[in-house]
Write a protein that binds this ligand. Structure first.
Ligand code: AHR
Length: 545
């Protein structure tokens, strides 16, 4: 495999000489910039919805049982049965929203199974119980859901971590009436209905005020194998104006395409337009999982490094192409995109417990996937209203890994912590030019990726600029110009790894960690900053006039 950039050809001898002479000690000054980032503070894109920094909790493998829910009697420190370490770490990064209970699981779930006294709740076969990885296991919660974690428990979890709930509705196996009653259970005022009384009996007198409701999940696949026209008709039955609102601005999310399937969106939107249904459709769900051919979470080679980042970078085109097709029917642009499942999905060779279906380790490569994806959402803040990384704990690209009393945060968690400053800020146009990265993939096809990319947002006089450098070995120096503003101070936080295969383990949970924020002395614009190879960086710039 070859990895080279334009700069390799032009300056490889010079670079070697510099290496001998010693690189400058300060990352923000050397005068060798071959990249440029222009932050156009007077070109706002839109407000970055805090919901873009959202999460996903499905009854799948070790996500709920072992990950979130340990039970009140557990020796694992907990708050009313919910893992305390998870609550504390998640709360610290200001999660915008949490989606539950699925995923594919949602279309087999009856919310009534998860209310009332826990001891008398039914045990049900989990949607995922037939997965080949589950075959060798006994009667574990991942196969037979004990329903200990139901609606009240989920709402308490949301309250504890300071976030909003997003409930995924069963469209495949339950009728619209059941959905309406779930809304009633969650949102009807204290004492008003029998379901509100049942909610109170479960410990929650006050309504939950659930705003976000997903109407089916992957309805082209596990959620019913519908055609787009059939799905649009189902959506109308579920989401018609007859659903009682109880004063909550109900926001319904429709089941969007399989990856880049434009026809699903085109046909469903035409059908919805026919019956003027866009006032009921707040968001259109898009799912994108990235992967590399060898599928290994940790034992990847250089090709798989770039292949994964290239696959993650498809998000840009998915957003713009879906948005364009949505606009063919939704002329008034009422409907926004909701990327309610995204992340890097590897093979299950590094999961931490047998019942952790789709469990995987996480390296700096996954952190770059998170950084470049969140930057993409920020750059499209006018189109993307919510996004949910899959999944919160013990599954796919998790922020946390947990088993019994052991717990750690992954490199992806650190990216969410670094990027939290973007939430609620105004995204501003950022133009980056840098020598691209080119590589030959496993099929001997030449592929390329930008050499630096990122996003910027403004809140008061504080500008947050986040940047990923995908090059495995080359740092990238860039001139950063903030048009129309002076720099008062600059602080940099960098996430990189000694070895790109490093990952956090229960024994060594701080192996991949961001460096402490560094004050950058230079306050002239353009500022020259050196982005380390294979890194995610946050620059916090205080602007003056
Ligand atoms: O996140 C795992 C699964 O991936 C979800 O249940 C489903 O929606 C998707 O196919």
């Amino acid at each position: 495999m070859t990895v080279f950039t334009r700069r390799d050809f032009v300056t490889s001898t010079v670079a070697a000489g510099l290496a001998l002479a010693g690189r400058p000690r300060h990352p923000w000054r050397s005068g060798l910039a071959d990249a440029r980032i222009d932050v156009l503070v007077d070109e706002p894109i839109g407000t970055i919805a805090p919901e873009i920094y959202g999460h996903f909790v499905e009854h799948l493998g070790g996500v709920v049982y072992d990950g979130v829910w340990v039970g009140e009697q557990s020796r694992v420190p907990n708050v009313g049965g919910i893992r305390r370490a998870l609550v504390e770490a998640l709360r610290a990064i200001h999660p915008g929203v949490v989606r539950w209970p699925g995923g594919c699981f949602a279309d087999s779930y009856d919310w009534r199974d998860g209310i009332g006294p826990r001891a008398s709740r039914p045990r049900r076969t989990n949607f995922w119980s037939d997965d080949p990885h589950m075959q060798a296991l006994g009667n574990v919660p991942a196969k037979y859901d004990p329903n200990e974690f139901g609606t009240n428990e989920f709402m308490r979890f949301c309250r504890l971590v300071g976030t909003q709930p997003y409930c995924a509705v069963n469209l495949r196996t339950l009728p619209p009436r059941s959905f309406m009653e779930w809304v009633e259970y969650c949102n009807s005022p204290a004492g008003s209905t029998t379901l509100a009384e049942q909610r109170a009996a479960g410990g929650d007198r006050e309504p939950f005020g659930v705003r976000y409701w997903g109407i089916g999940n992957e309805s082209w696949g596990c959620g019913g194998n519908f055609t787009p026209e059939e799905y649009a008709a189902e959506f109308r039955r579920f989401a018609t104006w007859a659903v009682p609102a109880y004063g909550v601005p109900l926001s319904f999310i429709g089941s969007g395409p399989n990856g880049g399937d434009l026809e699903w969106t085109r046909r469903a939107f035409r059908e919805l337009a026919e019956r003027r249904s866009f006032d009921r459709l707040w968001g259109w769900a898009l799912h994108h999982y990235c992967s590399a051919p060898n599928g290994e979470a940790v034992a990847f080679d250089d090709t798989a490094w770039y292949d994964l980042l290239g696959s993650a970078n498809r998000m840009e085109g998915l957003i713009t192409s879906q948005w364009q097709v949505m606009g063919e029917s939704d002329r008034e642009r009422r409907v926004k995109l909701v990327v309610d499942e995204w992340g890097a999905w590897h093979k299950m060779t590094t999961n931490l417990a047998p019942a952790h279906l789709f469990g995987q380790q996480s390296t700096i490569r996954d952190a770059l996937v998170a950084g470049l994806t969140l930057d993409t959402f920020n750059r499209h803040a006018d189109k993307v209203a919510m996004a949910n990384i899959a999944q919160l704990v013990n599954c796919i690209q998790s922020l946390f890994l947990a088993h019994e009393d052991q717990f750690l945060v992954t490199p992806t968690y650190h990216v969410f912590a670094m990027y939290a400053a973007h939430q609620g800020a105004t995204a501003v146009r950022t133009v980056t030019s840098a020598p691209g990265v080119t590589w030959t993939d496993g099929q001997k096809v030449q592929r390329s990726l930008w050499g630096l990319n990122g996003s910027a947002s403004l809140k008061g006089g504080a500008l947050t600029l986040t940047v990923t450098n995908p090059h495995l070995t080359e740092p990238r120096e860039a001139e950063i110009a903030v048009r129309g503003a002076a720099l008062r101070s600059v602080a940099a936080t960098t996430l990189a790894a000694h070895d790109v295969h490093d990952h956090n383990t229960f024994e060594a949970p701080r192996t991949v960690l961001p460096a402490a924020p560094q004050q950058v002395a230079a306050t002239t614009s353009p500022l020259v900053y050196r982005f380390p190879a294979a890194s995610v960086t946050k620059l916090e710039l205080t602007l003056g006039t």
